[in-house]
Design a protein around this ligand. Structure first.
Ligand code: ADP
Ligand code: ADP
Length: 226
């Protein structure tokens, strides 16, 4: 179903930088997979290839049973949450959350229902009229999550979504994103360089180094074999 499969995936950037080397990854439906490793190890590139934001140099990507290599991002049934939130500054929270559905010509009453449901889940109902600049970092991150939720994607992709938050909020949002995963009951693929974040959130941890997957294990097994 919402299975994600990477087969012998490589990414070579212009200038002959091989960012991802022969990555093989089999992600089951409803897993919370965390890609972890030091800066520059190819986590973000891997995620962006799944999202379709970066072309795959060679190898195959499947989402569900469908080969996705040449499928546009909007047709991949994924939603991505970025580190910098990527909210539209001139739009209200409501409009930010509704925008993607509007583009897809979803009826207004359906959009309204989805936006309000997502806002309720994320506890941002009282912020719907605000502009992003009038929000705290944590609130902005919730809006970014809300924008992903309303699309009801099969797969959620998150690239260091908590790294701009202060330590206390980061710990709180970890718990909330884990809860969100349980509640939505769908596949999450989450990138972080933070070991603790990886261990506390993932059901499966993928350790990368220099563009290569070093280890794939459940969090308790990573503890045993550091
Ligand atoms: P991470 O997310 O683990 O920090 P990245 O996937 O961002 O790692 O980067 C992996 C490698 O690819 C790094 O060496 C980085 O410098 C390089 N890289 C990333 N994006 C580009 C790009 N657009 N052009 C050239 N090299 C890039
Ligand atoms: P448009 O200007 O695109 O026609 P409207 O402003 O008329 O859109 O809004 C359509 C629906 O969206 C309204 O019924 C309302 O429920 C909802 N809506 C729009 N903006 C907000 C907002 N800031 N807060 C709460 N609901 C909103």
């Amino acid at each position: 179903m919402a299975k994600v499969l990477l087969k012998n995936v490589y990414k070579v950037y212009p200038g002959n930088v091989t960012a991802v080397k022969d990555v093989n990854l089999d992600i089951e439906d409803k897993e919370f997979v965390v890609l972890v490793g030091p800066s520059g190890c190819g986590k973000s590139t891997t995620l962006r290839m799944i999202a379709g934001l970066e072309e795959i140099s060679s190898g195959e990507l499947y989402i569900g049973d469908k080969l996705m290599n040449d499928v546009a991002p909007k047709d991949r049934d994924i939603a991505m949450v970025f580190q910098n939130y990527a909210l539209y500054p001139h739009m209200s929270v409501y409009e930010n959350m509704a925008f993607g559905l509007k583009l897809r010509k979803v009826p207004k009453d359906v959009i309204d229902k989805k936006v309000r449901e997502a806002a309720k889940i994320l506890d941002i109902e009282h912020l719907l009229d605000r502009k992003p600049k009038a929000l705290s970092g944590g609130q902005r991150q919730r809006v970014a999550l809300g924008r992903a939720i309303v699309r009801e994607p099969k797969v959620f992709l998150m690239d260091e979504p908590l790294s701009n938050l202060d330590a206390k909020l980061r710990v709180q949002m970890r718990t909330e994103i884990s809860k969100l995963h349980k509640r939505l009951n769908t596949t999450f693929i989450y990138v972080t360089h933070d070991q603790t974040e990886a261990m506390t959130m993932g059901t499966k941890i993928v350790v990368m180094k220099d563009g290569v997957i070093q280890q794939i294990a459940a969090p308790q097994d990573i503890y045993e074999n550091p």
